[in-house]
Design a protein around this ligand. Structure first.
Ligand SMILES: [Zn+2]
Ligand SMILES: [Zn+2]
Length: 252
């Protein structure tokens, strides 16, 4: 039997330099529960290192999936969502390989903000020294291909935005672009959203909070999906419209 679940696949934590320090494990879990969100993906820039903290804290409520918001060589953001931490960590290892050869810029907290790896009680485990908001050295097509080959879902992030989105950097993407979905910002209105749907009739669209602050978590900022259970596999089916699972149009 299919049931409606509220899904937010784009939530930042205190590990993202632009994420507020309030984005800790108990805080995110409490805010998601209060907002009635059933499934979240933790998707910090270029790293899944805070997934364990949020997942352990949530104890399944909400369901927490590991994700990474990849910044490609062209400065395009792509969401990668994985079934479990082992898959995410293996992908992250591939992602950071280029940086091993081509030393990345270090973070300057005074300019960019702190990048804090935490435990489930917000204890500080370490500060990430590599600036996470920089390109990883792979182009967008390579990143999308590798996410999918690694068992993940590849979602073009905030395609309506004037920066760090595929259309803003490279122009319109092909109608049959091999992403699992595209994300639209909750800030756009229903007429703007409808234009995207008309332009890309083959594409599945989701809406996510891209939360950097707790206030951004809410049902009005995410997507309702009809699933048999709140799992990664069911979300995959919904994005591809298989077995009756579906993504409801967020501006419905
Ligand atoms: Zn982004
Ligand atoms: Zn983001």
């Amino acid at each position: 039997m299919l049931n409606p679940y509220w899904v937010d696949l784009h939530v930042h934590t205190a590990l993202s330099p632009c994420g507020e320090l309030e984005m800790g494990a108990p805080e995110i879990v409490d805010a998601a529960r209060k907002a009635g969100i059933d499934i979240i993906a933790i998707s910090d820039h270029n790293s899944a290192d805070n997934f364990p903290a949020i997942s352990e804290r949530a104890e399944g409520c909400p369901v927490v999936l590991p994700g990474i918001e990849v910044q490609t060589a062209e400065d395009i953001h792509v969401l990668a969502v994985f079934p479990d931490y082992a898959h995410a960590a293996a992908f992250q290892e591939w992602l950071w390989k280029r940086w091993a050869k081509m030393p990345p810029t270090s973070n300057d907290p005074d300019i960019f903000g702190y990048q804090t790896v935490i435990d489930k009680d917000d204890g500080i485990l370490r500060m990430e020294d590599v600036l996470l908001v920089q390109g990883v050295g792979y182009d967008v097509d390579t990143v999308v291909r590798e996410i999918r080959a690694s068992g993940g879902l590849a979602i073009l992030a905030h395609i309506d935005r004037p920066s760090f989105s595929y259309p803003s950097v490279l122009g319109p993407f092909p109608a049959d672009y091999p992403a699992d979905a595209s994300e639209l910002s909750w800030r756009i209105d229903s007429a703007q959203a409808a234009e995207w749907r008309e332009r890309y009739p083959q594409m599945t669209f989701i809406r996510s909070s891209d939360a950097h602050m707790l206030d951004a978590l809410g049902r009005g900022h995410c997507t309702k999906m009809y699933l048999e259970a709140p799992t990664f596999g069911e979300i995959r089916l919904a994005l591809s419209g298989e077995g009756g699972r579906r993504v409801s149009w967020p501006w419905g």
